[in-house]
Write a protein that binds this ligand. Sequence first.
Ligand code: GLN
Length: 238
Amino acid sequence: MKLRIAHLYPDLLNLYGDIGNMTTLKKRCEWRDISVQIDPIYGNEKISFTDYDLVFLGGGSDREQLLVRDKLIKMKKELTAYVNDGGVLAAVCGGYQLLGSYYKLENETIEGLEILNIQTEVGKTRLISDVVIENEQFGTIVGFENHGGRTYINEHTPLGKVLYGSGNNGTDGNEGVIYKNVIATYLHGSLLPKNPKLADHIIKLMLEQRGLPSELKPLDDTIENNAHQYIIDRFVKK
Ligand code: GLN
């Protein structure tokens, strides 16, 4: 059995260690004898999303986001169908914004994939910070944000409530979106190395979608949990 991950456009969407999310998923699977194949997707090839157990989109600059949008908009129908059928999709920052209706910049508006009913508008300053959020299922999630866009998520469920940092827009206390099997967030860091519960949740979703047993052997997460706790101690518990 082999899980397959499509890592979309790592040449364009690759900020603040996003690649570490791939390494984390691969290692946490391999430590449990689950093999994983990661296919980096470049260029303009048509992607067969249904061949994959996870589609991952990292973050990027506005210019790179626009290039990626131009590629993905041609596959909007297929990616929407993948999500509607329960396909697992994880998206960070620029990738998260692209899942929405639009990303409005000063002089142009980047039309999005409309998978989520969210809208993003660029603000006057960049929101740059370490971040701590709280999610009912996974507890605290830590990461790092650096974005100009402010995202408003309407009726969507946030990934978490902000304990430290700005999150979606710096005003409503929401961070990210969790919708069907989509996890979308502003958190780089990279995200998954310091949040092993979230990493395992994604692995479980991948296994479940394949119809495979999703009980995961516990791992020794001492190092990961120490790195996680360091951020909480530094920014939340003062
Ligand atoms: N270009 C987007 C913004 O500045 C996303 C940045 C990112 O992915 N870190 O809002």
